[in-house]
Design a protein around this ligand. Structure first.
Ligand code: BGC
Length: 494
């Protein structure tokens, strides 16, 4: 009966196509929750930490942040990390995904002076996690470049920053080799490069449409590969850990069976995800991206493609730098092909040449790109398997944002139930090698340009209270129960 009522409520939410899968999660399947240093830590100038590009962006360009807020204090996790770990423990999770702030470990950005207070903060955090038997999943770079490297070197537009990232990664691998086995080099290079150095909507706010973002992309991928090789050559044998880079995409569902719309979906996926994953899993940029950017660059009058080429040595160096595929995914869009934009100023979106839209019956999150469509995740997982082979996939982020922050967050429960059901479908029906699901997020946080107006936490944080009190929403107890039962409905089968 409950299942019937649940299915009915899903239909009213627009999940009619999805029946909730009633199989148990496989025994070795792992669950986690995620967050990132710049969004929760605060302590922005404390104990030797220096300014990051996001600190700088929020302080100098407040008009770019919806509520003109800063991450100066955020959830104050720099002081309240024990409470965070207690919440993770209470939820019975395998993993806690967190990130290390480069500027807390190396205040100048360069490997010249290690900030022991910063090192100690993470040591304490890892010890706390170890005490409750939760494994850290650690991101080295979640968008928080030390501002010094932006000011002095031009940030990710300069390949030297890739070398500096590799030095910072080596240091973290060494410092935390006994604490961390699950490493992520870089979170979502697409957002770092397209929003940071293309549209300029994200820090550091550089506007270089269709040019800077591709230069950044090559440098970020090289940075990842350098860090991967350092781990492989110097740490893997003794530490036995694993390393990957997080890629992200919306799923693009072709709006019709026409060859044009099918190609538009494939093209959008290659520009959104393949641009970052192809060099690592297959070698070189996706051919469709090479061809289209070269063609438009020539028409625009560029002497060479705006997409910098990899040399043969670089292709070989980057290829294979993964131990698993780390995926962030939130939403789905429908997609149609469209005629190419007239040749004028370059832009990434003109290089892709598609139109995306949402079905009106789909529920949405707070952002306009956010179509809540659980089967989109299943389609994406199948596409990843088809495109990159039977690689192990770790979902490193998935979750629902809203602007109300409501405590009775049934819509978030439905979201998790639907998306986790899609994971079970992919595992049992499609044979996808999916090992882990990490929800974003355990607590409300500073949501970049969304400031403190976009809520994704299973725990509410009172940002006006100096104590930054954390209170569980309804979804926290639902998720806790799901992790304990490993089942999405009342009664599951093996
Ligand atoms: C980012 C997170 C962010 C989340 C929700 C992802 O793109 O990795 O840092 O908070 O989306 O907006």
């Amino acid at each position: 009966m409950k299942l019937f009522i649940f299915v009915l409520s899903l239909i009213s939410l627009g999940f009619a196509d999805d029946e909730i899968n009633s199989r148990y999660f496989p025994e070795n399947f792992k669950f986690g929750v995620a967050n990132a240093a710049p969004q929760i830590e605060g302590g922005w100038l404390e104990d030797g930490k220096t300014e990051t590009v996001w600190d700088h962006f929020a302080h100098t360009r407040p008009e770019m942040i919806v509520d003109r807020s800063t991450p100066d204090i955020a959830c104050d996790s720099y002081h309240k990390y024990k409470e965070d770990v207690a919440m993770v423990k209470a939820m019975g999770l395998d993993y806690y995904r967190l990130s290390i702030a480069w500027a807390r470990i190396l205040p100048t950005g360069y490997p010249d002076k290690i900030n022991q207070a910063g090192v100690q903060y993470y040591k304490n955090l890892f010890a706390e996690l170890k005490a409750v038997n939760v494994e850290p999943m650690v991101t080295l770079y979640h968008w928080d470049l030390p501002q010094s490297l932006e000011d002095e070197l031009g940030g990710w537009l300069n390949e030297t920053v890739a070398d500096l990232f590799a030095e910072y990664a080596r240091l973290c691998f060494e410092l935390f080799k006994d604490d961390v086995k699950m490493w992520i080099t870089i979170n979502e290079p697409k957002q770092v490069c397209q929003a940071g150095y293309g549209t300029g909507f994200f820090a550091p706010g550089v506007v270089s449409n269709g040019v800077g973002e591709y230069i950044c992309t090559k440098n970020v991928i090289l940075a990842h590969a350098k860090a991967y090789h350092i781990y492989d050559n110097e740490f893997r044998a003794a530490s036995q850990g694993r390393v990957a880079m997080v890629v992200d995409t919306t799923w693009f569902e072709p709006a019709s069976d026409s060859a044009e719309d099918q190609e538009a979906s494939e093209r959008a996926l290659q520009f959104n995800l393949g641009l970052y994953a192809n060099p690592i899993f297959i070698g070189n940029w996706p051919q469709v991206v090479i061809d289209r950017v070269a063609q438009r660059s020539a028409l625009e009058g560029f002497a060479t493609s705006r997409l910098p080429a990899f040399t043969e040595e670089e292709i070989a160096y980057v290829k294979g730098t993964y131990d698993y595929l780390a995926l962030n995914h939130y939403a789905t869009n429908m997609i149609n092909a469209t005629s190419d934009a007239p040749i004028a100023d370059p832009a990434y979106w003109k290089d892709i040449s598609v139109v995306t839209w949402k079905k009106p019956e789909w529920p949405s999150g707070s952002a306009d790109w956010f179509g809540v469509v659980p089967w989109g995740l299943r389609h994406l997982l199948v596409w990843l398997k088809k495109t990159y082979g039977d690689v192990e996939i770790v979902i490193t982020e998935n979750g629902l944002s809203d602007t109300t922050g409501i405590m009775e967050d049934d819509h978030r429960i439905s979201y998790y139930q639907g998306y986790l059901s899609a994971c079970l479908d992919a595992i049992y029906e499609d044979g996808v090698n999916l090992s882990t699901y990490t929800a974003w997020s355990i607590i409300d946080d500073w949501e970049w340009t969304g400031g403190y107006t976009s809520f994704l936490g299973m725990y509410y944080v009172n940002f006006t209270d100096p104590e930054r009190t954390r209170i569980p929403r309804k979804s926290a107890s639902w998720f806790t129960n799901m992790v304990a039962t490993r089942c999405l409905v009342d009664t599951c089968t093996k």
